[in-house]
Design a protein around this ligand. Structure first.
Ligand SMILES: Nc1ncnc2c1ncn2[C@@H]1O[C@H](COP(=O)(O)OP(=O)(O)O)[C@@H](O)[C@H]1O
Ligand SMILES: [Mg+2]
Length: 264
């Protein structure tokens, strides 16, 4: 980006003269007109598109059943993409498996069933590096710096923890994969208001530590407040997109998607 600063000025260089290495890099992860679904002939996502650039915190909001979780699954190789592409650093990774994507720097924390309830906290974290257990110590240090509670509870069974604590285990396991981009599906769902605030704080911390994030949130207003940019999905299609601030200020978006959640 820095290299292109002069382009906006009077002495702008024509784009075709910009050296290739100064050109804008491709987004870190993209869905490009992705169509996907669970049953033959029934498309849940209809030509959905989304980009996350390096360093961004990008939100996906929209009504229940809009396809938000489905879009994350399609990005993470858990659902067959029927048309369109998934691109990682500009490379086509459509149809690549979740383990491949993990090794390429993509992490995912699902909305439900995101911890192994029978396993201890430490065993859950170990699952994040199961393909390369030697990395455990180094990654563990970083994760417990963000979630000190996990270090105090290493032997506790995850299934016996509170919702807020389980969410920390799930995010901790996602971070053990050392992702460059982390996909978070409704990290605040089912948490008490205090735990929701704590979850949003931690997400900001993870983002500040250099991880790019795509976050799906039912708490749309809160999500738009912390996101750089966001997408509103409706019935599997892109409905609105923009900066969090511009969407919060858009009367149509407020009326259609935020109306009932205005609480000041
Ligand atoms: N595993 C599944 N099998 C079949 N249909 C599903 C499955 N998961 C979700 N769906 C359907 O896909 C649509 C979008 O769901 P989802 O992506 O979970 O929405 P959101 O996360 O926006 O609430 C809904 O109609 C839902 O019933
Ligand atoms: Mg969902």
């Amino acid at each position: 980006m820095k290299g292109l600063r002069h382009l906006g000025g009077k002495s702008a260089t024509p784009l075709d003269q910009v050296p290739v290495d100064m050109a804008v890099p491709p987004p870190l992860l993209s869905a490009a007109t992705v169509t996907a679904g669970y049953f033959p002939g029934v498309d849940i996502l209809n030509a959905c598109s989304l980009d996350v650039n390096k360093g961004e915190l990008v939100g996906i909001v929209g009504p229940n059943g809009a396809g938000k979780s489905t879009l994350l699954k399609a990005l993470f190789g858990l659902l067959q993409v029927r048309s369109g592409q998934v691109l990682l650093r500009g490379e086509d990774v459509t149809g690549r498996s979740a383990p491949f994507l993990v090794s390429a720097g993509v992490g995912y924390v699902p909305q439900v069933a995101n911890v192994f309830a029978e396993l201890s906290v430490e065993e859950n974290l170990r699952m994040g590096v199961y393909r390369n257990p030697k990395l455990f110590d180094e990654r563990y240090e970083k994760v417990v710096e963000l979630f000190p509670l996990l270090a105090e509870r290493t032997r506790q069974r995850a299934g016996l923890m509170s919702g807020g604590e389980r969410q920390m285990v799930a995010m901790g396991r996602g971070l053990m994969m050392n992702p460059e981009v982390l996909l978070l599906d409704e990290p605040s769902a089912g948490l008490s208001p205090a735990n929701q605030s704590a979850a949003f704080e931690r997400i900001k911390q993870i983002h500040n530590s250099g991880v790019s994030i795509i976050i799906v949130e039912q708490n749309a207003r809160r999500c738009l407040q912390i996101c750089d940019r966001a997408y509103v999905l409706d019935q599997g299609r892109n409905a609105y997109e923009g900066t969090g601030r511009s969407l919060l200020a858009d009367p149509k978006v407020v009326e259609l998607y935020l109306g009932t959640s205005i609480r000041r």
